[in-house]
Each structure stands twice: as C-alpha cells, then as structure tokens.
Write a protein that binds this ligand. Sequence first.
Ligand code: MIC
Ligand code: SF4
Length: 755
Amino acid sequence: MVFDLDMIKKVYERMPARVAAARKAVNRPLTLTEKILYAHLWQGDANETYGRGTSYVDFAPDRVAMQDATAQMALLQFMQAGRSQVAVPSTVHCDHLIQAKIGAEADLATAVDKNKEVYDFLASVSNKYGIGFWKAGAGIIHQVVLENYAFPGGMMIGTDSHTPNAGGLGMIAIGVGGADACDVMAGLPWELKFPKLIGVKLTGKLSGWSSPKDVILKVAGILTVKGGTDHIVEYFGEGARSLSATGKGTICNMGAEIGATTSIFGYDDKIATYLKGTGRADVAALADGIAAHLTGDDEVYANPAQYFDQVIEINLSELEPHINGPFTPDLAWPLSKFAQAVKENGWPAKLEVGLIGSCTNSSYEDISRSASLAKQAVDKKLKAKAEFTITPGSEQVRYTVERDGFLDTFADMGGVVLANACGPCIGQWARHGAEKGEKNSIITSFNRNFAKRADGNPNTHAFVASPEIVTAFAIAGDLTFNPVTDTLINEAGQAVKLDEPQGYEMPAKGFAVEDAGYQAPAANGSKVQVLVDPKSERLQLLDPFAAWEGTDLSGLKLLIKAKGKCTTDHISMAGPWLRYRGHLDNISNNLLIGAINAFNDTANSVKNQLTGSYGEVPATQRAYKAAGIGSIVVGDENYGEGSSREHAAMEPRHLGVRAILVKSFARIHETNLKKQGMLALTFANKADYDKIREDDHFSITGLTSFTPGQPLTVVAHHADGSSDAIVVNHSYNQQQIEWFQAGGALNIIRRSFAG
Ligand code: MIC
Ligand code: SF4
C-alpha cells in the first residue's frame, strides 16, 4: 500500500465540522469546490466569505506530486529550504524524459542509460527527504496518481499542468510551479486566488462513438484557452454520474487547456467502483461515511445559476464526437463538420500518424474501446493506413491490457506500443522525417497540440480527439472519414463499415502488475548523500537571485515584443531541451526561441539594441546581461499558456529580464514569475501594446511605493525622443510584493529557516 490512509482519515475527520462552519459563515448552500477548499484552509474554520477571483487565500494541501522534468528544479529549490523531511506526503514520477523512438522496451533502456545522472539525483533526493519515487517505466504521473493517491475531498498540488486529472476522483488537484511545491513540502501555507466557479451540468448519457473526451473537447470550444482562467470547473448532474471515474479524469485532465485552476466531479458510485478496483476499498468505505460532504449541496445543483459564476449545460445524449485543432486545443469541430473544415482550410487530409494513450486517455476503458475497433479492422480485412502508436499511462494499465490481449490486437493492426511515458506528447518523439518540415497531419488522444509540440516540425497539423476517433482515423488514414456514416474499402475490395466501439470500464479479472515501479524512501534519510557534479551539464545547484535594488528601474531594453500565441512551449521549449531541466544556465539558451517577434514575424530573431543587428533571443539577452542592462518582454493575450514549467519564469530571471508586460497571463505562469521575483504586469489599456516600438527603452516607476491594487507606470522611450507613459496593472498582494523585493520567494524561506 503506497497511499497514506491515516492522512485521508484525518482529512475526513475534520471535514464535516469545517463544512458546517463554512456553510454558517457564508449562510447559503455550498458547491463541492467550496466544501473542499474550506476544509483545506490553512487557518482552520472559514470565518469570512472570500472574494471569488479576488482574494488570495492560504491553503494546506494534503499531497504534492512532481514529475521528473519539473521535479529537478522543485527539489533543487527544496534542498535550499533547510528541511530534513517533506512536511506532507510527496512523490516523484519519472515519465517525461523517455524518448519515443522504437518501442517500449528499447526506448526505456535507452532512457535509463541516458538519464542516469538525473534519475540518480531524483532518487537520492527522494530517499533523503522522505519522498516516494516512481521509477522510469512506472507510468505517467497523472495516471499513477489516479491509481494510487487521488481521493475524494482531498487537495493536492502537482508540478505539472495536468495535475487536475485527479479531479476525476473528486480531489481538488492543481498544477503549480516547483517553487509552490517547495513551499508545501517545507510545511508552509500555499496561496491561491480564491477561484470563481463554473458549473457544468451534464444531462443524458453517452452512446455510440461519443466518449468523455468529447465533453472536454466541446467545453474547450465553448470556453476557449483562456475562459477557465482563475476558475474551478465543477461537473454535476445525472450525466456526470453516468461517466466512469477514468472518463471523469480525462475531462478534468484536459481542463488545463481552458486555463482552469482545476476541474472536479463529486463522489459517486463510479468513483467508489474505481477505488475498490484499484486496491482502495478502505478509502471508498471512508468516503461513503461522509459522502454528503463529497458532493455539492442539492440546492446548488437544483439552481446552479445562483451559486456558480457561469453555468454550461451539455446533453450527453446529443453530444457528437469532436476533433479539436490544429495548433490550438480550443478549435472544436463536431465530427459531422470536420471533413468540410479540413477541405475548406486546406489542412492535409492524409493522416500520417494516429497516437492513442497519454496521461489524458489511457484507461482500461479507453484501451479496450480502441482495441474493439482494431479487432474489427483485422476481422474486416482492413489494414491501418496511417501509423498507429499506443502510449499506456501506467505499468498497471499496460500489464493488464497486455494480459487481456488488447496489445496483441493492436499489433495485429500494425500498432506500436511505446513506453509508459510522455514520449510523443512533449517533443520526445524521434519521428523519422520530421526534420524535413513537411506539411502533414497527425491526430492524438493527448491534450495539447501547439505548433512543434509533438515532433518539432512547425508544419505538423496536430488534432486532438478521443482514442476511439483516433483509432478509426488511423484505420482510414484520412481525416475526412466519418466512421458514423462512411464505409471503407477492405483488402478484398469490399465496402465495410466500422461498428460502434465497445469496451469495459474496469477489467473483469481485475488490475494486475508485476513491478509497479515504486521505491519507498528511507525511514531516516539524514545520512543519504545527494551529489551534484559541478561539471555536470544537466544539473546545477542554484545560486540565490539578487534582491531588488530598492529603486525604480530605468534603461531597460526591449528584448522581444511577442505576437500572438506565446505558450510555455514557445518560452521554454521542451523536446531536446528537456535534458537541461536541472541546469538553469544551460536551459536558458532556449529562452523565447519559439516566440514570434512582432516586428519581423520571425521566431528567434530580435534586434540587439547595442549593435543594431539581429540575433537569437538568448544570445541577445546574454549580451544585455553582460553589459549590466536589464530588459523587458512584451506579450499578447494568455501569455504563458500551457505548462507549469517554472523554467519559463526562471530563465528570464536568470538572464536579467526585469518585467514581463502582456495583455493577459495564464495563471500558473503568472504565479511562477512572481515567485521568482519578476515583475508580471498587464496593460491597463490593451491597445497600448501597439505603442511599443522595436527600439524602445523603458523605465518602470512606482516600485518604491509598490502596493496591492495600485497600478505602476512603464514609460516607453522611443528612438525619436518621444515617449509614452503606459499604465500597467498587477495582481501582487503584500506577500508577493515581498517576494519581488527579496528577489524571489525562496530567499524568504531560506532566511526564515536560517534564522
Ligand atoms: C506538458 O504537458 O506541457 C508538460 C510537459 O507535462 C508540462 C510540464 C513540463 O513542462 O515539464 C506541464 O503540463 O506542466
Ligand atoms: Fe506527459 Fe503529455 Fe500528459 Fe504533459 S500532457 S504529463 S507531456 S502525457
């Protein structure tokens, strides 16, 4: 047993009283989200109504989960916090650093060899500080957490944006940067802007080709990539109760794509069944004991408009399969309209590769439903026209679906099973021919599809759909195929039709696994040595950032004015750069190399104001740094969308960028910037973005009286001698202003433990 039953008991013991106190304090029925948040207040009982979307509140999460690509930085910071043990149960999962090239076994062996230094570092830090360690091959963080740690009514933070996956089991699970994880592991409160609430009422029941993935694909289309910012999405209704627990997980997982703080479902029979089926009957029994607190109050669900800030209703009986993309996860197409969209937009109709699995969609149900289609293909003498890969989410799922024959079925259809890891989802796909940069289409059951994300090729049009739709398209090899209405010609020249997919929510023979891949930490790790080779190119101990100089800033150069979508993949690319995630100086060489310069519409080419010539972004910033000159970055809407990687905030900090000034931020990235002592600013008047010119230099005034709620001023001095004083907003509270002044939150923790 790897989960901590005593911790869960304590949460459940205090929950009824906390919920009752909260209900009294706010004097109205409560949503599920509020119940869990109030039960996890750092200071105990709720004695006030927190302003949704405005007040910062301190919470006490129950758990922390970290994946290898972000854990390195999180733990390098934690090592400086002066603690001998983590204060809450925490785990590390080795999943992101495994390249997908040949197939599971060979790729895993290569990864273990190539990443030895990093895995050894993570294993020894985990052992020393009491952190559970999941080895490479054990599975993707979110699936492993769902199978082992998530529990209804709990609260967890994780250093990955898809941490909300655990909302499928009724947990408030939130993606954060490593510095936030460091706080919680150090026993400090964790601060979050009290979220606004979106209620999604699900009626009816899914059937045929539709699946839980289609719920979130549709929601993404409605809310767009920024519509969920600072909101928690709570799903309810008979439709919600009809979805499997893993299907709920899929929906919550991909809620990251609408920028939501997290998403959640209430405890129900489906969740109980999943807990029991994954060796946690005790947790289900405990949850049954306080079931009324693990769902929203009846009055709330009867009159949702009164209690949620926004309500969406979706009838599952009418929900069509959806395909979202390309290049953004919120471009939602119902299946019946997709073929036409492909033709009208000139997207390549020929499908090169279909990829199923990932942290989003690799449950037993997903795999068995997709396998039912693969079986039909074989039986009906259809050869898959596109390449087809399967990425299992965990060793437990992989082992079980292998035992039940599904992997053989995929192999019969020509499918290749990849390692239980992120692989192709995050640029770790050594796709043959990608370097040629040809225009082509792929479709995945993953969650993100930003340009270059999967294979590094900017011309790869990536679409996102359910595993069932991906499998059907891979069989057809054609994006204009509609499995509901169309036939395919088989090898005997006959027209055949695919029947609706069929699957099983849970394995009839139960889950099984030989080696799940877990390593428990030493009971007393004080003697464990953590070694970092000073000559390493992959790991580097952190030096504290300098404190604020105490004055307004001036003489700052413009590093880049980024145009359009600027996700964390644009700011700190993954793929080949994942190898430097533990080495701040080396990874800083990817700073903003994917962002499009608004002045020349080109990536990684900016004017160096010292020489007047164009150069790469990181080299230009290093030149400013060498000259002792600060700079600013200007950006568009939803800047920093996507991942939780705090490298996107630490790199500019390390290289001497002082402020990021944008139209709007994605939540995790904004917090990461604040934590690292950067200025995260937004245009009070978005049109002022247009006033920024290529040769500008800047001053930032108001810093000596930096106060919550008071705007600052950025003065853009233009080359012709004129200037524009631009009013900029910020969302810093008093504590966050102290982070800025101290040069980063970690400097404050370090000081408090030293003193
Ligand atoms: C992603 O899906 O973008 C990642 C890779 O999982 C990231 C984390 C990372 O960059 O290491 C995320 O989602 O937070
Ligand atoms: Fe891994 Fe992709 Fe999931 Fe991120 S979204 S955790 S890269 S599988």
